[in-house]
Design a protein around this ligand. Sequence first.
Ligand SMILES: Cc1ncc(COP(=O)(O)O)c(C=O)c1O
Length: 397
Amino acid sequence: MSNFRKYFPIFKQNPKIVYLDSGASAQKPDCVLESMTKFYETTYANIHRGLYEFSEKSTELYDEVRGKVAKFIGAKDPSEIIFTKGTTDAINLLASSYSKLLKKNDEIIVSEIEHHSNLLPWKNLEDVVCAKVKYLPVLDDCELDYDWLEKNISPNVKLVCVSGQSNVLGVKNDIQRIIKIAHSVGAKVLVDGAQLTVHSKLDVSLLDVDFYAFSGHKIYGPTGVGILYGKKELLDVMPPYQLGGDMVESVSLDKVIFKQAPSKFEAGTPPITEVVGLGSAIDFLENIGMEKIEDYSLKLTQYLQSELLKISGVRILSSKKSNAIVSFVVDGVSSFDIGVMLGQKGVCVRVGKHCAEPLHNRFGVDSSIRASVGIYNDENDIDKFIDALKNVLSLLR
Ligand SMILES: Cc1ncc(COP(=O)(O)O)c(C=O)c1O
C-alpha cells in the first residue's frame, strides 16, 4: 500500500474506492483539514481590518502563507504572490489586466493543447482589443512544435501562454525553451501550472517565468484558493482586475489611489481559511519532498501505461514521458459507457474532453478516458482499475 494513503481520511471512510481522478482534484490529507478546522475554531476573523488579536493573528497567518508560497515556487519576494480563487481565476485576472496594456494586432501565442482556462481568456482578447491569437501546434509524439515557435515568434508577440504539463497528455512542456524563445523578442510567458505544481519541483526565478498560475485543490489543498505569480516589475504596471475593499490607499469621489501589488489584485474578503489550508498542503508536499513525489508518480504512471497496453484495442494518447496522467480510448467502445461502468465499480476516472476540446480534435478523438494518480495511489489501485476495465470491456464488446 502507498505509505501516504494513511494521511487521507477519505480512504479510511471508503477503503474500497479506487481514486484515479487527482488530475481533476486531489484528495485532502488530515493536516490540511485539521489546520482549517483549528483556524476556524481558535483564531478566525477577517484580515487587514480588525485592531483586535484574532484579526491580527489571522492577518499574520495569511501573510505567512504568502511567504511560504513564494519559497515553494522560488519567487524572489512574497509581494509577487497574488491569492486568487484558482488557476482559472488567476488567468482571467491576468488576461483582464493585460487587455488594458495590449493594442490592436498585438499577438498572443497559446498552445493547441491548453485547458480551456488558458485558451478562452486569451481568445476573448480578440474581441476585447482586436489582439491576434496564434496556436502553437502539438506534434504526434505529444511534444509542442518548438520549431514552429521559433519561426513564428516576432516583436508583435506580447505573450506566450502554455501549460507546464498537459492535463490530457501528462507530458511536461519544455518551459525553459519556450521562455528563451519568447524572451528573445521581449514577449512575456505565462505558465499554467495547474497540473505541474503537484508533481515537480520548480523555481520560477531560475526559469525566469514571467507569470505562473496554479490551484490549491490540485496540490492536496482546499478548493477556492489559487495563485498567480508575477514578476514584481510586471505586476507594478498592471491595472487591477476587480475593484472593492482592501485594495486602495485612498478614495475620494474625485480620485482613487490603489495599493501596490499584491493588494491591488486582492479586492474584497479573500479565501482566508483556504489560504491557511494551502499553507498546510505546501508543508505536506515539502515534508515528503518534491523529488520523491515526482519519482513515485513517474514509476506508477509507467506501470499504469504498461498494464493498459496489454489490453487489446486500447490506444494511449499520452506519451512514454507522461507523468501522473494517462488518457486513452478503446477502439469501438464509448468512453462514456466505460466511465459510467467503472464508476459503478467504485473506480473514479474522468471521461470526456477534459476541458481541452481542441486537443481532442487534433488527435482525432471525440472524448477520452483519463486516469490520473496521486501519492495515495499504488500498484494495487492500478491492478484493481485494470481488472475493472477488462471486466467492463468484456460486457461492452
Ligand atoms: C492544465 C489546467 N489548467 C487550468 C485548469 C483550471 O483549474 P481550476 O479549475 O482549478 O481553476 C485545470 C483544471 O483541471 C488544468 O488541468
